[in-house]
Design a protein around this ligand. Structure first.
Ligand code: FEO
Ligand code: CA
Ligand code: CA
Ligand code: CA
Length: 729
């Protein structure tokens, strides 16, 4: 592996070991990104194998209509359920639009590289394989709109930030300049989410940004909080390059450049739009919302729009107290991490704004090709802590979206559009296709294991049949515009989707994040990032076959729970619209030297250690790429996060190989792999998360030496950055 000279670390940073994080994230990431979810009891306390009124005060006025019959019809696991997909596995086939990344369809080798060594947690460098080099494309603070100045930490303002690239990039894609083009060519549109902010790193310790107390403590002032709101959201930026395979430059001025933030107007559409649950004093129509927040992963649709998941929105709102059971289930509390309730009544959810938090937690659709289009929040896809959404097309031409709700013991969902896709990329076809996610059926996943429960001992050891596997079904929540959940209206199912899913017996998963569809086989992959709280005998539950590790005392020793995560492979039985599937675990992640890890049967001594799978991507050859988010503060692996390739077919199935490693404290997000170009893109999110402005923990990506003035101001600290990796030979 090589570290380009200018990219070498200048110092070794300290590693802070924090005790509160029950997963492997830094406490700072926990607080800012997910409102300390790991400190609170899991909000899913439902005994959802049974009909139980967990909705409490919210729905108590509604008659309980009786149990929902959950079809438990046996599904025979075919020979393909475990092992290499065959060409006959469910494929995308006829329903597919000409897309910009067509699969080659035969599971070829793809990008050639030698796996890098895992990097110790204090390596403040982005490490790529021999024969590759990396460059930033765009960083937090880089100007993208007219009137924006070059980044200067001392000259930050809400107005400037709204014209600059925002903070903590997560989902990423580089779209071809023309919708439907078959490759990226030399001109493209970079689209990125901007998930959350870290004031301690962003703002110099001056009165411009902080209220400074005599005892030396400080708190963000209103000006800094307004900058934070402008730093959230999404960005569209035109990029150009001289030739395929060579690095991109972002265009500072382009008609396509766009910033979406907390002040951008969105339309709410779908069955819940306009309902009483979405109206506020500022929007009595319940159809217009200002802004988006905590945009985590996403997905690019076959028709060339970008979906984005509003994830931990709860951390921005004070609970209104009107719907206490729903507040608890979604994790709203009396305090926020951000303090924006001091600035706008909607974040306090004070009188007239009790529904404001209902207007977040949706899948957002943005059309990057139309910079004047109004982005949409799709209520038909349900409201939960959306990691992202990925869309494929069924043979019948329906759009099918798969989604994870990123919380311990929450669920995997599927949406099937009512309308069918229009072929081609004409203006008419695009406008039609942009309505596909506005109406359809919403399902939640039920997984059944096929091994005796006694054989799932919580250690990760395989049961006697040699596989964590079984059958499953998609249980309807809304179908044909009618609620399928007793006691809940369609609007209630869509606004309080978690509560609805609790009622129908959905399977509690270990933090389902990205759910991605293979463009070659149509198989569906779910990244369950971790769940160290899976404990038998408490209010949650212990190991199950689809989540086979838990935390308990065995022979006087406490096991770790599922700290390293796993990847589920779902095989639709028939078309993507089918309600039946088979499943197996592709990976049980962790240190391969430790018993209880599993790499699809590939020899454990030949794989890269991998932990906390988060975002998923496929290359054109059908290889799965996994980026990780397990900030290495107390990890069993004890290595920086990275990007990993794993073939899912043939003799190489399960051969995890690390492609890159991100700098100290960072998470790897939004991977895009273009094996034909020989290029890989990632978002490097929250580098040096535990540091401060004065005492940075990372100097990525500019690594400006002490004593030398960088391009502006005196900022030496880390900047979240979109990175491109390309071949040097
Ligand atoms: Fe923002 Fe689920 O990670
Ligand atoms: Ca089994
Ligand atoms: Ca994520
Ligand atoms: Ca994550």
């Amino acid at each position: 592996m090589t570290i380009a000279p200018e990219n070498r670390p200048l110092l070794t940073v300290h590693t802070t070991v924090h005790t509160h994080a029950r997963g492997k994230r830094s406490p700072v990431t926990c607080r800012l990104k997910c409102n300390d979810a790991c400190l609170h009891p899991a909000p899913n306390e439902s005994a959802n194998e049974y009909f139980k009124d967990v909705v409490g005060a919210v729905l108590s006025r509604r008659a309980m209509l009786g149990t929902l019959a959950v079809a438990a019809g046996a599904v025979v696991i075919g020979a393909q359920a475990v092992g290499a997909p065959s060409a006959a596995a469910a494929t995308l086939a006829e329903g597919r639009l000409p897309a910009h990344r067509p699969g080659h369809g035969h599971g070829g080798r793809g990008l050639a590289f030698g796996a890098i060594d895992p990097q110790p947690v204090d390596v403040d460098a982005l490490v790529v394989p021999d024969g590759y080099r990396w460059d930033p494309i765009i960083r937090w603070g880089d100007p993208i709109l007219p009137g924006a100045r070059a980044f200067d930490p001392h000259q930050q303002s809400p107005e400037q930030q709204a014209k600059q690239f925002g903070y903590n990039c997560d989902y990423l894609d580089i779209l071809p300049f023309r919708p439907g083009a078959k490759d990226r060519g030399t001109r493209g549109l970079l689209v990125s989410n901007l998930e959350y902010t870290n004031a301690e790193i962003m703002f110099p310790p001056t009165e411009k940004y902080w209220d400074l107390a005599e005892d030396g403590t400080r708190s963000k002032n209103a000006y800094a909080r307004a900058i934070e709101r402008a730093a959230h959201g999404m960005a569209v930026v035109e990029v150009r390059r001289r030739a395929t395979g060579s690095p991109w430059d972002y265009q500072r001025i382009s008609a396509y450049n766009r910033r979406i933030h907390l002040g951008t107007e969105f339309v709410l559409d779908g069955p819940a739009a306009g309902s009483d649950l979405l109206r506020t004093a500022a929007d009595p129509t319940g159809r217009r919302v200002l802004g988006t927040m905590n945009n985590c992963a996403g997905g690019t649709t076959p028709w060339g729009t970008v979906l984005s998941g509003e994830e931990n929105f709860n951390g921005y709102f004070v609970a209104a107290g009107v719907n206490p059971a729903a507040d608890a289930r979604y994790g709203l509390g009396t305090q926020t991490s951000y303090g924006w309730e001091q600035d706008e009544p909607r974040f306090a959810q004070s009188a007239g704004y009790e529904n404001e938090s209902h207007r977040f937690g949706w899948v957002v659709e943005v059309d990057p090709y139309d910079p004047h289009s109004t982005p949409v929040k799709h209520t038909a896809m349900g409201r939960f802590k959306h990691e992202g959404a990925n869309v494929t097309l069924s043979r019948s031409g329906h759009a099918v979206a798969y989604m994870g709700d990123d919380q311990a013991f929450d669920y995997v969902y599927k949406f099937v559009s009512r309308k069918r896709v229009a072929q081609g990329h004409s203006r008419w076809a695009r406008e039609h296709n942009k309505t596909l996610l506005s109406e359809g059926d919403l399902y939640v996943a039920k997984f059944r294991g096929d091994s005796p429960a006694g054989q799932i001992d919580g250690s990760g050891a395989l049961p006697a049949d040699g596989a964590f596997d079984g059958t499953g079904e998609w249980i309807p929540l809304v179908r044909n515009n009618r609620s399928r959940v007793p006691g809940m209206s369609v609007e209630e199912v869509l606004v309080w989707t978690r509560l609805a899913a609790d009622k129908v017996g959905a399977t509690k998963m270990d933090r389902p994040e990205d759910v991605e569809i293979s463009p070659v086989t149509g198989r569906v992959y779910v990244a369950c990032t971790n769940n160290s709280g899976r404990t038998p005998g408490n209010a949650t539950e212990g190991a199950t076959e689809p989540n086979p590790r838990d935390r308990k005392v065995v022979g006087g020793v406490t096991t770790n729970g599922n700290r390293d995560g796993h990847v589920v492979e779902i095989v639709p039985v028939g078309d993507q619209t089918s309600t039946r599937f088979t499943w197996n675990l592709l990976l049980v992640a962790g240190d391969p030297a430790v018993e209880g890890t599993y790499f699809a049967g590939y020899p454990r001594d030949r794989v890269s250690p991998i932990s906390c799978p988060d975002n998923l991507a496929f290359d054109a050859e059908g290889n799965l790429w996994i980026s990780t988010d397990g900030a290495p503060s107390s990890s069993a692996i004890g290595r920086c996060d990275g990007l990993f390739k794993v073939p899912v077919a043939g003799r190489e199935r399960g051969h995890v190989q690390q492609f890159l490693s991100v700098p100290s404290g960072a998470e790897t997000c939004g991977p895009v792999v273009d094996s034909r170009d020989g290029m890989v893109y990632v978002n490097v999110q929250h580098p040096g998360e535990d540091g401060t402005y004065e005492a940075p923990d990372s100097f990525f990506p500019d690594y400006v030496p002490a004593g030398r003035r960088p391009e502006a101001g005196d900022f030496r600290g880390p900047r979240p950055t979109v990175v491109q990796v390309y071949r040097t030979r």
